[in-house]
Design a protein around this ligand. Structure first.
Ligand SMILES: *[C@@H]1O[C@H](CO)[C@@H](O)[C@H](O)[C@H]1NC(C)=O
Ligand SMILES: *[C@@H]1O[C@H](CO)[C@@H](O)[C@H](O)[C@H]1NC(C)=O
Length: 460
């Protein structure tokens, strides 16, 4: 999307883009307000100057990050100072992996934060730099992090980056200074490092997994030789004659604020387990690619929450159509529907469906629930064509995160129905589960991060 046209047209373009993606619905209805009358943006604005300047790489990133509206609002209230890295700093000098990271849709928040780190909501001209080489001046940026202006050896710097074109552009509402390189806030650096370490996990070579037939609970192929003392490969209840226990399953609940777990390590651990287990590479790949999802899961677990992941195996994932995956936010939405905010093991789920017939579990794809029932001596999720069997039970269970392998990809029934026919909405049975309030709130925040496909989400 390389639109090299005049500044004002670009603003309009972004406005329509927003509407199309269904993201920026809070924008004013009429485009007139953007260009005249009450609109804050004047053709003499530093923002218009930025879009038309030779800092084309930065201007393009600002557009990609959908930040123009925010910046327009800011220049409506304050003068601003923009530190603009020269084009080469963004084109050639930037680590390609870092650039790719910034441009992935799931990392929009990181990109926005990075760009806002280059804007200070006051007017700082070259004469406002500290005058002696010993002092520094701290300024809060729009990302809330601080930048330090200094003048070591007489040369102006911002966070140790050289200012190569002071007062490169000056307008009534702001100033642009050209700088030699990109400024990277610590939090964005951390997000990126986190993603890197997740990626290094996926470099692990997957191994073949023993396959258990869910109907017979027998291994489909001989198990590899087990080391002495290693846990049984068959589902635990196969080892318990004569049949599954009907006792209620004790599953640990949220640990409360005073507990602290290393959720990030646990999430890495289970992704690694998935890879070693074999047959779940697609799922592991998606978790690694959607950094924000893995990070958020780690955060939830660190806060003492528990999660059950219904992991579709590779065979199931291979059946997904390009259509199903190419809609905006589709991979995220699919993943959220496979995350249950409870700790469930094969045993606890099997016991529940044996006792109650059908059980509905909440998912992080609000407000959709996933139905589980007993079928063929196993647990079956979903309904009709879209159902999946519990195929590889208890791939990973550490008391906080449980991973259960399933042989299909699940979609909410509501969505299937909505697509099949335009029906008047029916009242759905709501089961009050107040103790999950905060988790749901976090889930809403997660969904908000992507800001897409909000038709089925009742987050306020
Ligand atoms: C921006 O700075 C100029 C020059 O210092 C000043 O005249 C103007 O009022 C400022 N604008 C805002 C919105 O503060
Ligand atoms: C994850 O990212 C890698 C590299 O960017 C890509 O090759 C792979 O197809 C992605 N996987 C999924 C499931 O999106």
């Amino acid at each position: 999307m390389d639109f090299r046209i005049c500044g004002v047209s670009k603003l309009l373009f972004v406005y329509y883009l927003c509407l199309f993606a269904g993201i920026c619905l809070a924008l004013p209805e009429s485009s007139n307000t953007r260009t005249s009358g009450t609109g804050q943006i004047s053709s003499n604005s530093v923002l218009v100057a930025l879009l038309d300047s030779h800092y084309t790489e930065l201007a393009e990133l600002v557009e990609k990050a959908m930040l123009l509206q925010t910046l327009e609002e800011t220049v409506g209230k304050h003068n601003i100072t923009i530190f603009a890295p020269r084009n080469d700093a963004l084109e050639r000098d930037l680590d390609p992996e870092f650039k790719r990271f910034l441009l992935e849709p799931g990392n929009l928040k990181s990109l926005q934060k990075l760009l806002m780190f280059h804007v200070i909501p006051t007017r700082i001209r070259s004469e406002h730099w500290p005058s002696d080489s010993d002092s520094t001046r701290k300024h809060q940026t729009l990302s809330n992090d601080h930048l330090r202006l200094a003048r070591p050896g007489g040369e102006r710097t911002v966070d140790r980056a050289r200012v190569i074109h002071p007062d490169s552009v000056t307008r009534p509402d702001g100033v642009i200074h050209g700088i030699e390189r990109l400024l990277i806030p610590q939090s964005v650096q951390d997000d990126f490092n986190n993603r890197r370490s997740l990626r290094s996990i996926s470099a692990v070579k997957p191994e073949g997994a023993p396959e258990v037939d869910p109907r017979t609970h027998r291994l489909k192929k001989p198990a590899p030789p087990a080391k002495p003392g290693s846990p049984p490969v068959l589902p635990i209840y196969d080892a318990l004659a004569p049949g599954p226990s009907l006792a209620p399953a004790p599953a640990p609940g949220p640990g409360g604020p005073h507990h602290h777990f290393n959720g990030e390590a646990q999430v890495k651990d289970f992704i690694q387990t998935l890879l070693h287990y074999g047959g779940y590479n697609e799922m592991a790949d998606i978790l690694v690619n959607l950094t924000s999802l893995a990070t958020e899961m780690g955060r939830l677990v660190s806060e003492g929450y528990v999660l059950t992941v219904l992991a579709p195996n590779d065979e199931a994932m291979a059946k997904l159509t390009t259509d199903q995956l190419s809609e905006p936010g589709a991979p995220e939405q699919i993943m959220y529907y496979h995350l249950i905010p409870e700790y469930q093991t094969e045993e606890s789920m099997y016991n529940a469906v044996r006792r109650f017939g059908k059980v509905k579990y909440d998912t992080l794809r609000l407000p959709n629930k996933v139905l589980a029932q007993e079928a063929d001596g196993s647990v079956k999720f979903g309904q009709g064509d879209g159902s999946a069997y519990l195929f590889d039970p208890d791939i990973y269970t550490d008391g906080r995160i449980s991973v259960q392998g399933i042989d299909g990809v699940l979609f909410p029934l509501e969505e299937l129905e909505l697509k099949a026919a335009v029906k008047t909405s029916q009242p759905t049975k709501a089961v009050a589960k107040p103790r999950r309030g905060k988790l749901m709130e976090v889930a809403c925040r997660m969904l908000g991060t992507f800001g897409q496909d909000s038709r089925f989400i009742t987050c306020q």
